[in-house]
Design a binder for this molecule. Structure first.
Ligand code: NDP
Length: 489
């Protein structure tokens, strides 16, 4: 656990133990003060209108692009992840800021709805109004793109944001907030509050209008409980145990490459990382061989960075040990792969379905490969998990049909993780992986309340909502309703 010294949270590089930076720790009072400041900032920010906010968000996007190397270096220093991975993470974040900024007006702006015949003298109007102040609680594994998704959606919708980064990545979090303040210096529209879980809990109880949480399922339940006290709505982006299905007509080398990338990028510390592979019998042997060959080339300390959160190493070790103890075989890596702070790529086969390696989120560079009879069995096993975040399917004829049947919020066909890079697609899961969406139109609507307004345009022909209506008028209304709806199935 990071240390606190003189009120400052010390962040260290997990690979070297060197200090990555220090930030002030907040307490309940500081969180309350941040919310107060945010309320004023929110009023100003809302007053800028969609165009004013768009211009400023696009300026921030350009700053992120211009300083991509600096952000990647800060992230590399704090998480240990390879700089190239931090660059790619920033690229995805840039896409989400850009998309949210450009589409907020179209998705959330005022519009007329179609006239309803029985209330033809009224016009209907719909618009989406921001919550005011939104709390964003983020994890450490992707400290740029995971918070920037909800932050950009919330800001584009007209909210001010208070961001609580993970205690393991406060420096990256502060960098994001500081650079936003460079392009929006007038008011603290985006603020950070730092500290441990208690600061996140204080944010949930601080009077914010909505909380966007990204993190583990266990913490998500605590966040929901804290938010429930004041009926504060939440969007939950929690863990996953994503599966990749390889069908008989798949391009096997491409599937192997995707499994290795999807499972081992960021040392497997990816919410939408591939953890389980289900391959139909005809391609199973070739796939295992390809995966082992490709994963065997990855080097710890190079393509495979350190495990950022030290206690996660025990979980990874326990899962590997459990898989082996229950009869699984390591065809690459295995028990010796765990060399803190690194875990070498590990590929396990014949792992029984009740092993923790199959059932719980491992969050390390491990893959299980399971032989299945056909796609039906693959779908059944892939869906046999309380999680339902993402997934992938490799194949031709039936791939999209299989993708539709996976119980998950997002599925990539003939690739992995692709959906996180598309600003116009919603991101989020089902079951223990959470609910609500960030990114895309749904991700914008998540941060605004729909507001319905009706406007009378003239006198009522058939007055129904008044005590002054007559029996004859009611009879006419019933006749009209019969005419309008009776014949419709
Ligand atoms: P945690 O759940 O441990 O922490 C997430 C955040 O919640 C941190 O900022 C943490 O602060 C804070 N927090 C802890 N306790 C509380 C509390 N009681 N009330 C409010 N906030 C609290 O997750 P990790 O940081 O370990 O992240 C890894 C997890 O995140 C994995 O399960 C991963 O799958 C998931 N994830 C999901 C994604 C998605 O989009 N679905 C994307 C990325 C990750 P502190 O760190 O200071 O304890």
């Amino acid at each position: 656990m990071p240390e606190i010294e003189d009120g400052l949270l010390l962040s260290t590089n997990p690979a070297t133990g060197e200090e990555a930076g220090r930030v002030p720790v907040a307490d309940e009072k500081a969180v309350a003060q941040a919310v107060e400041r945010a309320r004023e900032a929110a009023a100003w920010w809302l007053g800028l209108g969609y165009d004013g906010r768009k211009a400023r968000l696009l300026r921030w996007r350009s700053l992120l692009v211009g300083r991509i190397d600096e952000l990647a270096e800060v992230t590399h220093r704090e998480t240990g992840k390879p700089t190239a991975d931090a660059v790619m993470e920033t690229v995805a974040a840039v896409e989400h800021v850009d998309w949210a900024a450009r589409h907020a007006r179209k998705v959330l702006g005022p519009r007329r709805t179609r006239t309803r015949l029985l209330l033809a003298e009224h016009s209907g109007h719909l618009e989406y109004q921001p919550y005011g102040v939104v709390g964003v609680i983020g994890p450490w594994n992707y400290p740029i793109v995971t918070p920037v998704g909800p932050i950009s959606g919330a800001l584009a919708a007209g909210n001010a944001v208070i961001f609580k980064p993970s205690e393991y990545t406060p420096v990256v979090g502060q960098w994001l907030v500081d650079t936003f303040a460079e392009v929006v210096p007038e008011h603290p529209v985006l603020q950070a509050v730092h500290g441990f879980g208690d600061v996140g809990a204080a944010l949930c109880r601080s009077g914010v209008g909505k909380v966007a949480f990204t993190g583990s399922t266990a913490t998500a339940k605590k966040v929901m409980a804290a938010c429930a006290e004041n009926l504060v709505p939440v969007v939950i982006e929690a863990g996953g145990k994503d599966a990749l299905i390889v069908d008989a007509d798949a391009d096997v080398p491409a599937a192997a490459e995707a499994a290795v990338w999807g499972g081992m990028t960021n040392a497997g510390q990816t919410c939408i990382g591939i953890e389980r592979v289900y391959a139909v019998a005809p391609v199973y042997d070739a796939l295992v061989k390809e995966i082992v060959a490709k994963a065997g080339k990855l080097r710890t300390g190079e393509e495979i960075g350190p495990i950022t959160m030290p206690r996660q190493i025990d979980t990874i070790r326990e899962h590997i040990d459990d898989a082996l103890a229950r009869g699984g075989t390591a065809v690459l890596g295995g028990a010796d792969a765990v060399q803190p702070p690194y875990v070498a790529p590990t590929v396990l086969v014949d792992v029984p379905a009740d092993s923790t390696e199959i059932r719980e989120e491992t969050f390390g560079p491990t893959l299980t490969i399971t032989r299945v009879k056909d796609a039906e069995e693959a779908i059944r096993l892939a869906n046999d998990t309380p999680y339902g975040l993402g997934g992938a399917v490799f194949g031709k004829k039936n791939a999209i049909r299989i993708a539709r049947r996976l119980r998950a919020g997002m599925v990539a066909v003939n690739s992995t993780l692709t959906f996180v890079g598309m600003g116009n697609l919603p991101f989020g899961g089902v079951g223990d992986s959470g609910f609500g969406r960030i990114h895309g139109e749904d991700g914008l609507r998540e941060f605004a309340r729909p507001k319905a307004i009706t406007v009378r345009r003239g006198p009522s022909v058939l007055p129904s909502m008044t005590f002054e209506r007559t029996p004859a008028q009611i009879a006419t209304i019933v006749k009209a309703v019969r005419l309008l709806y009776k014949g419709r199935p």
